[in-house]
Design a protein around this ligand. Sequence first.
Ligand code: IYR
Length: 326
Amino acid sequence: MDTYDLITRNAEEVVTDEEVRDLASEPEGKRVYVGYEPSGVLHLGHLLTANKLIDLQEAGMEVVVLLADVHAYLNGKGTFEEIRDTAEQMKAQFVAYGLDEAETEFVYGSEFQLDEEYTLDLHELELSTTMNRAQRAMAEIQGDETAKVSHLVYPLMQTLDIEYLDLDLAVGGLDQRKVHMLAREKLPELDYEVRPALHTPIVADLTTGEGKMSSSEGVTISMEDSTEDVEEKVNSAFCPPTRDPEGDLENPVLELFEYHVFPRFETVTVERPEKYGGDLTYESYEALAADLESGELHPADAKSTLAACLDELIAPGREKLRELRA
Ligand code: IYR
């Protein structure tokens, strides 16, 4: 796969394509990051951006994972001590999942976000950004709670992170796009460079095929799930044999194959008894999706294969989490 295709595979959008093509022409040593509010257990939402980081590492880029402790604090996720503990566990799970510890720079936000220079830049941004603009940037991150002043500071800090971590590309789920657009507008006002952004899709809820899969709403799969939990959740997933003709509903089973399985497995084998046609081996998501659509691959067989693959992907992190909690 060529470098641009590897960098952008499974991305929902890149801003701008031209800037990302530039990066792809000389990826070595370019710094890219995802920031995560520490949370105790990684779920598929985290793993989707982690898959992108693994692609970018493979493309020769330097990967930075920001453990955004100050951001989590500003977003009401607990006391600072609780958040720090959770961040340690989160880091261990990322490493177990496949982010090479030696090649990945894990940074706590509090390591640089409390410095004087950062703080003064932050105040400058506070002065030039309307409350309305900051609030709009946070709409998809903040949840239902009434906005606090902390929620307005949050996207301004996320903007500065891109400069202070000396990044060439910001990566995040589509829910981060408004913050990244704010950053593109604001960084030049402080005489800092504009950086491109790459956004991964938001995967639909497992059971309904609607909306957004996350740990707070709907059903997701996390590092806490046992093999049986994974099987049960995948078995009850929405999986119409053909994609919805109206296009409103996603097929979450296919999405998981596309965003979670094929990026991490060279081939996927569906085991079937001889009397049902024997095993099927796929080298690409497209081939599997076509067979599901044509009826060659039964949804039940697709699901059992998906459950086995997801279980294999989360097993090392699940083991790590067990150790940490023992
Ligand atoms: N807003 C992210 C967390 C976060 C991301 C980045 I990129 C930062 O620089 C800081 C925080 C979230 O919603 O989890």
